[in-house]
Design a binder for this molecule. Structure first.
Ligand SMILES: *[C@@H]1O[C@H](CO)[C@@H](O)[C@H](O)[C@H]1NC(C)=O
Ligand SMILES: *[C@@H]1O[C@H](CO)[C@@H](O)[C@H](O)[C@H]1NC(C)=O
Ligand SMILES: *[C@@H]1O[C@H](CO)[C@@H](O)[C@H](O)[C@H]1NC(C)=O
Ligand SMILES: *[C@@H]1O[C@H](CO)[C@@H](O)[C@H](O)[C@H]1NC(C)=O
Ligand SMILES: *[C@@H]1O[C@H](CO)[C@@H](O)[C@H](O)[C@H]1NC(C)=O
Ligand SMILES: *[C@@H]1O[C@H](CO)[C@@H](O)[C@H](O)[C@H]1NC(C)=O
Ligand SMILES: *[C@@H]1O[C@H](CO)[C@@H](O)[C@H](O)[C@H]1NC(C)=O
Ligand SMILES: *[C@@H]1O[C@H](CO)[C@@H](O)[C@H](O)[C@H]1NC(C)=O
Length: 630
C-alpha cells in the first residue's frame, strides 16, 4: 500500500514542481492576483477600547508612530512578484497588517512591526536575486547552499583567543536545548571575566541588547566580599535591569527556573580535607564543608550555558550553578553572538544544539509532509493553528512527521498551519521562507516574534480560520504539544456543541497575578477585575466557528481588545460574546495535559521533537496514548 502511494507521490511532486516553475515563468499568473495591500490606510478605524475597562496604554511614542503607520504598511505591502504558493503564506499577513500596526493595547507591537519592515525588505531583496536561480532552474543559488544555519560552532584556535575579547557568531539564534560551552581558566590580576549573549543590533551604530550578562568576579565587588556571579540584561531603551547575584544577598529569595534553583549552593566537599580529616579523625572539618566557588584562578573550568524553557542554566564542571529566567523581549531566539572577555584564558568555545533546518532535498518523504493549499480544502471540519517561532525548525518538522500524519489531516478533513513571526536574522528568515514554500503550511506574521505579542497570533488564527477556511471548529496549540487529532475530533463530535463552544482545560474563577515580581504580573490597569472569566489553557483549546468569526470581525473593525495572556484573552473575548447574548458552553477536559504528558492524554505539552516521535510511534504500535518517560 505504502509502495503504491509512493509512486503516486513522486508523480505529484513532479507535477507540483512543473506547476511551480510554470507559475514563476508566467508573469500573468502573478499579475492576475489582486495586490494584497491596497486598502486605504487612513480610513481604517483607530483602536477602540470597547467599554473602557481596557484603558489603552499610553505610549508617548504612539503619536509619532501612528503618523508613520501609513508608510510602514506600504513598506510591508509593497507589491512583489510572488508566486501563487508564496502568496498563500501571506494570507493572514494581509488580513492582520492593519490591525497589528494599530494595536495600541500592545505598545510593543509598533516596534515589532517596524523591525519586521526591515527584515521583510531584506528578505525580499535577497530573493529578488535568488529568483534568477530557482530550484526548477536546476540548481539553488550558491548563497542558499552555503548560508545554512549551522548546527554547531567550535573554536579552538588559540590565536583567536589571544586578546581577551572573543566573539562567536550565533547566526540563527538559540532554541531550547541549545548550549554554549566555554573551556578556560581564569587568569590575570583579578580573574574577572564576562560571558555575554548579545542580540542583533537594528543599525550598525547602535549597541546590541545584552540578552544575558554573566559576570564572574573572583574577588567580589562593592557589595560582596567573596567571589560572586552577577547576572543581568541590558537594552538601549531600558539600560541595565535588576541584578541577580549568586550567592544572593537575600537567601530567602531563591526562586526556581525550570525547577532549578537560581543559585545552587556552591558547597563542595574538599577531598583532600576529607582525606586529612580521616587521618587526623577530626570531625568538625568534615561536618562543615568549605564553601567552594567553581571558578578559581589558574584552574580549568568547563562552563556550559544551556537554554531551558524558562531561562538560562549555567553548570560548571558538570554541576548546576546558576539559573536566570528569560526577561521580556530578551528571548533566546534573538541571540546573535556570544562574547567572552576579561581575565579568562580560553581553550575552546563550542555552541551546539543550534537551530538548523533540514534541507528539503534530503527529505525523502517530502510528499507526505507537504500540505495541500487551503482553497482546495475548503471543506475542512477542524482548523488547527500552531504557535511557532521562526528558528524552531526542528519542532515544526516533528509536528509534520507525527500528528500531522493523522489520516484526518492527510485527507483534508483537518487543516494545520503554523503561525510564525519574522526573525531579526536574515539567515533565519531565508530558511523560514524556503520552508514556507516547501511545505505550504506556514502563515507568516507581519511582526518580529516577541512573547508579549502572542495574542496577536490568536487573533490571526481566528482571522485565518474565518476568512480562508470553512472550519466548524478552530483549535490553537503550540509546536511543543502533541495533539491526538482523532481524539479531538471524536470528542468534539460527542459533545455535540457546534455553537458558542470553548473546549479545553478550563480554568474557572482564576485570579490575576498581582505580584509585580512575577513573570505573569498583571496590573490593575490591564485587568481591573477580581477574577478572569472562564478560560482554557493555551497548549490546546478549541472554539466553534461563530466565536472565531466574531473575533475576526473585531479584528477587521480594529476593535478587538488585547490582553497579553493569549489563552485568557480568548476567555475574555468569549465572555464578552456571552454578555452580548451568545449562548456559550464551556466544555472542560482534563485529558488536555498542560504540564507534560500523562497516559490517556488528548494533548501532551512540553514535548521535545524526540519525544513527539516517540509518542507517535507508541500510538502507531500499541494504539494507546502512553507517554515517553525518560
Ligand atoms: C482614503 O481615505 C481618506 C479619508 O477617509 C480619503 O480622504 C481619501 O480620499 C481616501 N483615499 C483613497 C485612495 O481612497
Ligand atoms: C515583476 O516582474 C516584472 C516582469 O517579470 C518586472 O518587469 C517587474 O519589475 C517586477 N516587479 C518587481 C517589483 O520586482
Ligand atoms: C538558470 O538561471 C541562470 C541564472 O542564475 C540563467 O542564466 C539561466 O538562463 C537559467 N536557466 C534556465 C533554464 O532558466
Ligand atoms: C587561527 O586564527 C588566526 C587569526 O584569526 C588565523 O590567522 C589562523 O589561520 C587560524 N588558524 C587555524 C588553524 O584556523
Ligand atoms: C582542599 O583543602 C586543602 C587543604 O586545606 C587545600 O590546600 C586545597 O586548596 C583545598 N581544595 C579545594 C578545592 O578547596
Ligand atoms: C476575506 O478577506 C478578504 C480581504 O479582506 C475579503 O475580500 C473577503 O471577503 C474575506 N472573506 C471572508 C469569507 O470573510
Ligand atoms: C445534538 O444536538 C442536537 C441539537 O442541539 C440534537 O437535536 C441532537 O439530538 C443531539 N445529538 C446527540 C447525539 O445528542
Ligand atoms: C458526529 O458524527 C456523526 C456521524 O459521523 C455525524 O452525523 C454528526 O453530524 C456529527 N456531529 C457533529 C456535532 O459534528
Amino acid at each position: 500500500m505504502k509502495k503504491l502511494s509512493g509512486g503516486f507521490i513522486l508523480v505529484s511532486i513532479f507535477v507540483l514542481l512543473l506547476l511551480r516553475c510554470g507559475m514563476v515563468e508566467n508573469p500573468l499568473a502573478e499579475k492576475s492576483l489582486p495586490s494584497p495591500f491596497s486598502r486605504n490606510v487612513s480610513g481604517y478605524p483607530r483602536w477602540v477600547a470597547a467599554r473602557g475597562d481596557f484603558p489603552s496604554v499610553h505610549n508617548p511614542r504612539n503619536g509619532i508612530d501612528m503618523a508613520s503607520t501609513g508608510s510602514l504598511i506600504s513598506k510591508l505591502s509593497s507589491p512583489r512578484n510572488l508566486s501563487f504558493e508564496e502568496q498563500l503564506s501571506l494570507n493572514t499577513w494581509r488580513l492582520m497588517v492593519h490591525f497589528v500596526s494599530h494595536s495600541k493595547g500592545l505598545p510593543q507591537a509598533v516596534d515589532a512591526v517596524n523591525e519586521a519592515v526591515t527584515a521583510w525588505e531584506n528578505l525580499m531583496m535577497s530573493f529578488d536575486d535568488e529568483k534568477l536561480a530557482r530550484p526548477c532552474n536546476g540548481s539553488k543559488s550558491k548563497r542558499l547552499k552555503e548560508g545554512q544555519c549551522p548546527y554547531f560552532a567550535l573554536r579552538m584556535n588559540a590565536s583567536e583567543f589571544s586578546d581577551g575579547d572573543f566573539r562567536l557568531k550565533v547566526p540563527c539564534g538559540m532554541v531550547q536545548g541549545s548550549s554554549l560551552t566555554v573551556i578556560g581558566s581564569p587568569d590575570g590580576i583579578l580573574g574577572n571575566f564576562r560571558i555575554d549573549l548579545l542580540g542583533a543590533a537594528l543599525s550598525a551604530e547602535e549597541d546590541p541588547p545584552i540578552i544575558l550578562h554573566y559576570n564572574v568576579r573572583l574577588n567580589g565587588d562593592k557589595i560582596t566580599d567573596g567571589p560572586v556571579i552577577v547576572q543581568n540584561t541590558w537594552t538601549l531603551a531600558h539600560d541595565w535591569g535588576p541584578e541577580e547575584r549568586c550567592p544572593s544577598q537575600y537567601s530567602e529569595n531563591n526562586k526556581k527556573v525550570d525547577e532549578l534553583e537560581q543559585c545552587s549552593e556552591v558547597k563542595v566537599r574538599n577531598d583532600s580535607l576529607i582525606f586529612a580529616a580521616k587521618l587526623s579523625s577530626s570531625e568538625e572539618e568534615i561536618a562543615e564543608p568549605r564553601r567552594h566557588f567553581p571558578f578559581r584562578q589558574g584552574y580549568l573550568a568547563i562552563a556550559t550555558l544551556r537554554i531551558g524553557a524558562e531561562g538560562f542554566h549555567m553548570s560548571v564542571n558538570g554541576k548546576h550553578l546558576t539559573s536566570f529566567a528569560f526577561r521580556e523581549n530578551l528571548e533566546p531566539w534573538l541571540v546573535n553572538e556570544a562574547r567572552i572577555w576579561g581575565d579568562l584564558k580560553l581553550l575552546s568555545v563550542l555552541g551546539s544544539g543550534l537551530p538548523t533546518s533540514e534541507y528539503s532535498e534530503h527529505v525523502t518523504d517530502l510528499g507526505l509532509l507537504k500540505s495541500a493549499p487551503l482553497p482546495i480544502l475548503r471543506g475542512v471540519n477542524l482548523f488547527i493553528g500552531v504557535f511557532s517561532t521562526a528558528n524552531n525548525f526542528k519542532r515544526r518538522m516533528s509536528v509534520r512527521r507525527t500528528w500531522m500524519q493523522y489520516h484526518a489531516v492527510r485527507s483534508g478533513n483537518v487543516a494545520v498551519r503554523f503561525f510564525v513571526g519574522l526573525h531579526k536574522s536574515q539567515l533565519v528568515n531565508e530558511e523560514l521562507w524556503n520552508e514556507a514554500r516547501t511545505y505550504g503550511d506556514i502563515q507568516l506574521m507581519p511582526f518580529v516574534d516577541y512573547y508579549r505579542l502572542i495574542t496577536l497570533k490568536t487573533a490571526a488564527i481566528c482571522t485565518y480560520a474565518a476568512n480562508v477556511t470553512s472550519a466548524k471548529y478552530v483549535m490553537k496549540t503550540d509546536d511543543d504539544a502533541f495533539v491526538r487529532v482523532d481524539e479531538v475530533l471524536s470528542t468534539l463530535n460527542s459533545t455535540n456543541v457546534t455553537h458558542g463552544l470553548l473546549y479545553g482545560r478550563i480554568n474557572y474563577n482564576d485570579k490575576p497575578n498581582r505580584d509585580p515580581n512575577s513573570k505573569w504580573y498583571i496590573s490593575q490597569e490591564e485587568w481591573p477585575g477580581e477574577a478572569y472569566p472562564p478560560w482554557a489553557h493555551g497548549p490546546g483549546y478549541v472554539v466553534s466557528r461563530d466565536i472565531a468569526k466574531a473575533v475576526y470581525k473585531q479584528v477587521k473593525r480594529g476593535s478587538l481588545k488585547m490582553f497579553q495572556l493569549e489563552d485568557v484573552a480568548m476567555g475574555i473575548w468569549t465572555d464578552d460574546m456571552k454578555k452580548r447574548g451568545m449562548d456559550v458552553k464551556y466544555v472542560s477536559d482534563d485529558r488536555v495535559q498542560i504540564e507534560g504528558c500523562e497516559a490517556g492524554y488528548v494533548v501532551a505539552h512540553y514535548q521535545q521533537p524526540r519525544e513527539m516521535l516517540c509518542l507517535w510511534q507508541k500510538l502507531e504500535n500499541t494504539n494507546q496514548a502512553t507517554c515517553c518517560t525518560e
